[in-house]
Design a protein. Structure first.
Ligand SMILES: Cc1ncc(COP(=O)(O)O)c(C=O)c1O
Length: 443
């Protein structure tokens, strides 16, 4: 299909691109994507690009997976929407039960939303109200990690405050105590973990009486540049949440659905979170849907009766949208029948072996690979943006789409990307980094 020549102009004049600098929106130096197929995004000239970041880490099953297309079409022909407030429908019921069954222990209720941010927002409010319901309105504080990201609504901005993104809203957000976990590979077992965690535990214990919850990205902090920390610290945080009565909220929006090789990243730490937040990959990336999966211990505080109304007065129009639920249910079937998680383990080795060749290369500060994530952190310097932009542009010329995060060039492809394509993509990234990464001062 031919698209009108004036699309670029219309775009410039009317489309607000999220997380996009104005200069980039004006320049329009990007392809016009008109379709997707497997690991590819395809532009209006018919050129196929490898979607090497799975469209903001969401398209876990690539694009237009035939089974998801069929599930969406069938559902659209049957029931497009019906609310879950004082009504129900089979897709939402079945999906809630399936998600509950993915948790490490029985007893969960699931509140759906459409974006990760909204599902985090729900989790934060549920944690606060559950303490309120139990007669502890003073417990409304939160602990989060430093350099966090939990989305862009104000509650999720509060628990995920990042100065670079959120500075203008500093006066609107509620205060949150941030703690810094020592960096390291998620599967490493640092010998000094207890000692390094001790000051963090002290900080949290000192606030225990006012604490509603602890909110974490499990093992990998995506927006911080794929920052990684050892699973042992997540285990320690979970123990501390139990000790202090804080609700442990694990935000699996980015890492859930197999990105780290397990269905959920928290599984590597062997913990059982109070609330698990899911989004992105939950529908294979095919439609918007997110979920806040809550332990019944917490759900059971939301009662109404002669002693008071403790209803959760929160909900989104599209909560439990039938088409999203149908896509999510089919996604779970595809994960099983196409052995998606097993496929991740096979691919990790290829990715790791290829990308680790950059370790110690000029201009490269760090290389991190975990699950189907490869992050290459460049040395800082005044021309850092020029270097990351140049790597991005070089790869685009080779039909690979990436989107660096600050100093970090990373790959986060669809989980079912063909092995040969993964290898080829990783090799091209390695070559581009070798050629471009070094800051001018060290040339
Ligand atoms: C860990 C995490 N939580 C929440 C969000 C927000 O999700 P959404 O963009 O769907 O609102 C993101 C998005 O990248 C994320 O990485």
């Amino acid at each position: 299909m031919r698209y009108p020549m004036n699309y670029r102009d219309l775009d410039r004049r009317h489309l607000w691109h999220p997380y996009t600098r104005r200069s980039a929106a004006e320049a329009q130096a990007w392809p016009l994507i008109v379709s997707g197929e497997g690991p590819y995004l395809i532009d209006d000239q018919g050129r196929r690009y490898v979607d090497a970041t799975a469209s903001w880490w969401s398209c876990a099953l690539g694009h237009s997976h035939p089974r998801l297309v069929r599930a969406i079409q069938d559902q659209a022909a049957t029931l497009q929407h019906s609310i879950t407030g004082n009504l129900s429908h089979p897709g939402a019921i079945e999906l809630a039960a399936r998600l509950a069954g993915l948790m490490p222990s029985p007893g969960r209720h699931v509140l759906f939303a459409s974006d990760g941010s909204c599902a985090v927002e729900q989790a934060v409010k549920i944690a606060v109200q559950s303490h309120h319901n139990l007669g502890h309105p003073e417990r409304h504080g939160f602990v989060a990690l430093s350099d966090p990201y939990h989305g862009d609504t104000l509650g999720s901005v509060s628990v995920g405050f990042m100065d670079a993104f959120h500075r203008p809203y500093r006066n609107l957000v509620f205060p949150v105590t941030q703690v810094t976990l020592p960096a390291g590979h998620p599967l490493s077992e640092p010998a000094d973990a207890e000692a390094r965690f001790a000051p963090i535990a002290e900080t949290i214990r000192a606030r225990a009486d006012a604490l509603a919850g602890i909110v974490v990205e499990p093992l990998v902090q995506g927006a911080a540049g794929m920052r990684m920390y050892p699973a042992v610290y997540l285990r320690m945080l979970a123990d501390l949440a139990r000790e202090t009565g804080a609700v442990l909220i694990v935000d699996e929006v980015a890492m859930g659905y197999g990105r780290t090789g397990r269905m959920f990243a928290f599984e590597h730490a062997g913990i059982d979170p109070d609330i698990v937040v899911m989004g992105k990959g939950i529908t294979g990336g095919a439609t918007p849907l997110s979920a806040t999966v809550v332990k019944d211990r917490i759900y059971d505080t939301f009662t109404d009766g002669p002693d008071g109304d403790r209803t959760f007065f929160h909900g989104h129009t599209w909560s439990g949208h039938p088409i999203g639920c149908a896509a999510a249910l089919e996604t779970l079937r595809v994960y099983e029948e196409e052995a998606i998680l097993e496929g991740v383990s096979e691919r990790v080795q290829t990715l790791d072996e290829t990308v680790q060749t950059l370790d110690g290369a000029p201009g490269v500060r760090d290389v991190r690979v975990f699950g189907l994530i490869a992050a290459i952190e460049l040395e800082p310097g005044p021309d850092l943006r020029r270097r990351t932009d140049a790597i991005r542009d070089t790869l685009r010329e080779q039909s690979i789409l990436i989107r660096p995060l600050g100093p970090v060039v990373y790959l986060c492809p669809p989980l079912n990307i063909p092995m040969v394509m993964l290898q080829d993509t990783a090799e091209k990234v390695v070559r581009a980094v070798h050629r471009i990464a070094r800051p001018p001062s060290s040339r």
